[in-house]
Design a protein around this ligand. Sequence first.
Ligand SMILES: Cc1cc2nc3c(=O)[nH]c(=O)nc-3n(C[C@H](O)[C@H](O)[C@H](O)COP(=O)(O)OP(=O)(O)OC[C@H]3O[C@@H](n4cnc5c(N)ncnc54)[C@H](O)[C@@H]3O)c2cc1C
Length: 440
Amino acid sequence: MQTNGEGKPGNVVVVGAGMAGLAAAKELADKGYNVVVLEARDRSGGRIWTDFSLDAPVDLGAAWIHGKSKNPIFDLARKSGIKTAPSSYNNSMLIDDNGKKVNGVQQLLNAGRANRILPRLKRLAKRLDKDISVAEAVRSILEESKMSNTEIRFLNRHLIEFQAMNGTSLEEQSLFALIDGPSEYSGGDLVFPEGYAQLFEGMAQGIHIKYREVVSEIKHDDHGVTVVSNKGTYDASAAVITLPIGVLKAGKVRFSPELPNAMLSSIADIKVGLFNKIAMRFEETFWNPDCDMFELVSSRSDFVCQFLNWRKFSKEPILVACFAADTAREWERLSDEETKTRMQALLAKLFGSGASKPTAISITRWGQDEFSLGAYSVVDPGATAAKFDSLGKPVGRLFFAGESTARSNQGTVPGAYLSGKRAAKQIAECSSMKKVSVVS
Ligand SMILES: Cc1cc2nc3c(=O)[nH]c(=O)nc-3n(C[C@H](O)[C@H](O)[C@H](O)COP(=O)(O)OP(=O)(O)OC[C@H]3O[C@@H](n4cnc5c(N)ncnc54)[C@H](O)[C@@H]3O)c2cc1C
């Protein structure tokens, strides 16, 4: 880093080159700060990861823009001229454990009654003073009303969707949070046929990113910040920390002095959900090429498995199996060979004898990924807004960003993006950050 003279914009180290880190770095660089981004992986994007190993771009981390209206990520894509395509859960084909189309449930879905469970949950939430889990709320709805078998399966389909969205079981999901958000955007979902990672091309332009820099310690005092990585030591006037909640929970990075107690207890309390993908290329398409998704409506409401028909968006014979919550945890423990064998059996069950063996396969294990240790933060029944807010509060010269610091849209790409911009703004508003500058 270059030394800056007194009064000139100072040096800032950003830890992590995911969406939050790059949003902060870009904003700070545009304001004239001297920024270096330290990233542990050999790529930017973090939990946004466009993989090309199937000879076509496939998103193995975030894939969707959930609700395009007023969504800053959609605006970013539009301004950068990046192609997006609508993707709808309502254009799903619902299949039971034996591969049979679930006709009654499909009809309810086709009739656009996809959100019938939400109004009931909302009515129940209004009557409560204290938060309960979604599982408890569902049990109480089932006790109150008589439902036909078809309606129960329809309900199960939604419960599977809630688990897929939040990456955790219904027992661990807050009813109040489900009712309030996190998605504050409307207007349909979109995917990036050529990959989410395109967003970073513009954002990373002119930003100094250093890869394979595994940060292990962050020292801070009234005068500055020192960030220690496996490759060196970086001094600056401020740091933006975008470490994932899983990494913070595991205590992989030491803070000296230690973070305030309120923050430490939030880190300990906030739960991390799991969402994994198995992307597969086949010789040819053996499924209906027009559906957006194939959803398994199992007799078990805790088997969370959906297949995104990537063929529709990429024109290549690719399916992406998505597993969440306990199902993701169970599959993540399997070896590659065991995963392939189980997947082959599942494909045969769901798609019949026409299902062929994948010619190439990419498997994620976000729970074991040392620079993520989970998919995204979860609002469980005990979590309060204050817990998430405390993770985003500056501590002296340390400024925090990342999806888990964004209470109103935690767990999402827009949440991460807006939190990065928030951290940059906090630094810019703090005049002392412009005066201290130390050389690395
Ligand atoms: C499978 C999956 C599917 C998802 N689907 C969606 C979706 O469809 N839509 C949506 O909006 N959101 C989705 N999300 C959530 C979304 O991806 C995240 O909320 C968002 O990308 C988080 O960005 P971030 O910058 O906060 O964190 P990250 O992207 O995790 O960035 C943090 C960075 O810090 C780096 N790092 C970690 N430890 C160290 C260290 N010691 N030293 C240096 N660097 C370090 C990491 O490598 C990483 O690059 C999904 C997530 C997953 C896992």
